[in-house]
Design a protein around this ligand. Sequence first.
Ligand code: FPP
Length: 238
Amino acid sequence: MDKSMLPRHVAIIMDGNGRWARQRGKERVFGHHEGTESVRACSEFAVETGIEYLSFFAFSEENWNRPDAEVSELMRLMAVSILNERPTFHKNNIRFIVIGNRSRLPEDLNRDIDGAMEETAGNTGLTLVVFLSYSGKWDIEQAARKFAAAGAPAGHFGDYLATAGIPDPDLLIRTSGEQRISNFMLWQCAYTEFYFTDVLWPDFRKNEFRTALDSYASRERRFGKTGEQIKIEISDSK
Ligand code: FPP
């Protein structure tokens, strides 16, 4: 893979776990379990290829409206995944971050998250970001409140978002055939390339990730400029 065409930050909306389970005559949570294997496979692939930031939309603010049993199981899965993967994060130089409205998360999960974040804070390899109880509108609202409270000159608005310090996503992947952003990083995706695939999340493993990266590498990103301007910038930077 041509490293110069590699996205710095890949964000993923993991969708289709429920359908994947139903297709096999199983409960929806079975799909979430299998989905955690895809999270692991994609994280490994990101480390292997040298992607700097990998974000997963694991639980939205809207997901709190799902049946209680499914919400509890998702929270349990999150806690188990963190506890199981924590040694691997550290061994692989991964920095682990959770972003979202954490005041809504169970106390023991928050403790586990804090432990993993503190332990991996100094790591310099892949930054793995898990969005939990997150919504783009929540993020913009909380940033607007802090921005206003800071008074003028308040600096850049992006510095007040929950994602401050993390570069905007270059590539957003969404699985399972749905083609929408569903209240993910609304501000941050202003110039993000979108990749949609019909593959359901539990089936999205290294080969599918590679295909998405190949698609990204073939695109011309303009950031509002003309193609000619971009070509001149590229030749000047060589
Ligand atoms: C979407 O499928 C998936 C989710 C809302 C949950 C994703 C969470 C995990 C895979 C858990 C582990 C995550 C980490 C980061 C450890 P869906 O239920 O909306 O599927 P459907 O559209 O087919 O119903």
